[in-house]
Design a protein around this ligand. Structure first.
Ligand code: DAH
Length: 341
């Protein structure tokens, strides 16, 4: 039996050297150390061995088993390393190929303009207040002092949803009511940026969607002088310290009195050019003292509180700054336009 054990060991180790892949290795395993392998059968035949030889035979069986198991592990590790090396050799990456450049996005010119404007107001202590784009007729018009059939509504036709009285806001002004109702009777200093919609013929000068930045300050003893001073400070930050401004009286249903602010045309320096239509001035925003009815609708007593408000169009300002002649470029998704900013 000792001879047979030596034979098995020699045969098995020799066969193991020829094993070249995992399938062969598994076949080898079941033949030499598996459950029905001869080695296992030998240990069941210990009874046939003369008693004085048994310890020796038992020890040899264990030695051979250990040797074969070790051999199996070694071969397995060797095969794994060999296959890894093969993969590395065959699937080589050609590092000399030029890479594909990742194209980096950039901010839309409107967003850039919007952020520039918001940054100035932020420094002046105005908080950003986000307000919804889908509004009720009541908030977009009624509470802003434009009851049904008010002629001013004709200026701001919009898109209506199938839900009666629910529409896309035509301006950011309804946000004024939201903030006031949320904060009353606290003082307010906020800006309300966001998209607005109008039912318009799309032309080089008018679009059906555009951004606005609305501003609102409410408190005690706020006067028209505060409005003028604050908006002039904004214009200087936005267009340069030397810029001249002027206020023209105007009309908005939600402010009284109302004014539009012009800045001196920065393209011709006030001499007159096609952009300012030879007037030397560019209109950049509407403003006014918050109408007492609107204050009341927001929950403020107009005998105690006053405020000013304004609204401007960032696209219009970006157009003036960059001399963009057609507003349709903004939402036309033409990369040749967008990549210039
Ligand atoms: N909502 C006005 C518009 O869309 C702009 C405006 C004018 C806003 C005067 C105001 C304001 O807050 O006081 O044309």
């Amino acid at each position: 039996m000792l001879d047979r054990l030596a034979e098995i060991e020699a045969l098995a180790l020799e066969a193991l050297e020829k094993v070249s892949d995992d399938d062969e290795l598994q076949a080898w395993k079941s033949q030499y150390i598996g459950r029905s392998a001869e080695l296992g059968k030998l240990s069941k035949r210990m009874r046939e061995v003369p008693a004085e030889q048994r310890p020796e035979v038992g020890r040899r069986i264990n030695e051979v088993r250990t040797a074969l198991e070790k051999g199996y592990e070694r071969r397995e590790a060797y095969l794994r390393a060999a296959s890894l090396e093969k993969t590395l050799r065959e699937d080589r990456i050609d590092v000399t190929l030029p890479g594909r450049p990742a194209s980096r996005g950039r901010l839309h010119p409107s967003t850039q303009g919007l952020r520039e404007i918001l940054e100035i107001w932020r420094e002046m202590g105005f908080q950003i207040y986000r307000s919804r784009e889908v509004e009720t007729d009541q908030l977009n018009f009624g509470l802003l002092n434009m009851p049904p059939h008010h002629p001013a509504r004709d200026l701001w036709d919009t898109f209506y949803t199938t839900e009666p009285g629910v529409l896309l806001r035509t301006h950011t002004s309804p946000g004024q009511i939201h903030v006031m109702r949320e904060r009353a009777p606290e003082p307010i200093r906020v800006i309300l940026p966001g998209m607005c919609y109008r039912y318009e013929q799309i032309t080089a000068r008018s679009e059906i969607q555009f951004n606005q930045v609305e501003g609102l300050a409410v408190g005690r003893n706020i006067t028209f002088a505060d409005l003028k001073g604050t908006l002039t400070a904004f214009a200087r930050r936005m267009f340069g310290q030397e810029v001249r401004t002027r206020f023209r009286s105007s009309h908005f249903p939600f402010t009284e009195p109302s004014a539009e602010m012009d800045i001196e045309c920065f393209l011709c320096g006030g001499d007159g050019c096609p952009v300012c239509k030879q007037t030397g001035w560019l209109e950049i925003l509407g403003s006014g003292m918050v109408h007492p009815t609107v204050l009341e609708n927001g929950g403020y007593d107009p005998r105690e509180f006053s405020g000013f408000a304004y609204g401007m169009g960032p696209e219009r300002i970006v157009m003036l700054k960059h001399r963009i002649e057609d507003i349709r470029y903004f939402w036309g998704n033409d990369l040749r336009f967008l990549e210039q900013f």
